[in-house]
Design a protein around this ligand. Structure first.
Ligand SMILES: [Zn+2]
Length: 161
């Protein structure tokens, strides 16, 4: 996580290292493109029960490298219009070093759930409401439930044989 200071602030921790692959290519329009994927298993705090849980993140990377020539304020819609629909514009300055790990971190941050919560059925906070639902739904025939219970637990006379 030392490589991802912003991510470290947003999550509880990581259950493993980030795996990513990025390849650079020129598309049909001659646009420099960086494509790949990033995946990582992060630990987040559930907003319902405040327990930790694993959040597997798997996000595509699709960046159109937009070269900025001196004037950052000129980066308007016109300049990114030419990008293919799925590409996110990535403005690059003349002197800026290319920091691939920053892009990876950006994609991980974007892929995080807005409100982290356990998947349905796994949250500790769900236990209480589920129990009260059970109580409300009593079996229609209490004797049927009793018979089922007796069938599972043989009485003491069964041990005498
Ligand atoms: Zn939870």
């Amino acid at each position: 996580m030392r490589s991802f200071p912003r991510l470290a602030e947003a999550v509880f921790g990581a259950a493993g290292p980030a795996r990513y692959e990025i390849r650079f290519e020129l598309d049909e329009q001659g646009q420099a493109v960086a494509r790949g994927r990033v995946s990582m298993v992060l630990l987040m705090t559930c907003q319902r029960c405040l327990g930790e849980f694993e959040v597997p993140v798997d996000a595509p990377i699709a960046l159109g490298l937009v070269h900025l020539r001196g004037a950052p304020d000129r980066l308007g819609l016109a300049q990114v219009e030419g990008l293919a629909g799925d590409l996110e514009p990535l403005p690059l300055g003349d002197d800026e070093p290319v920091r691939v790990l920053d892009w990876v971190e950006d994609e991980l941050l974007l892929a995080l759930p807005q409100v982290p919560m356990h998947p349905a059925g796994h949250c500790m906070a769900e236990v209480a409401p589920a129990a009260s639902e059970m109580a409300a739904e009593r079996p229609r025939n209490p004797f049927a439930a009793l018979a089922a219970l007796q069938a599972r637990q043989p009485g003491p006379e069964a041990d005498e044989h």
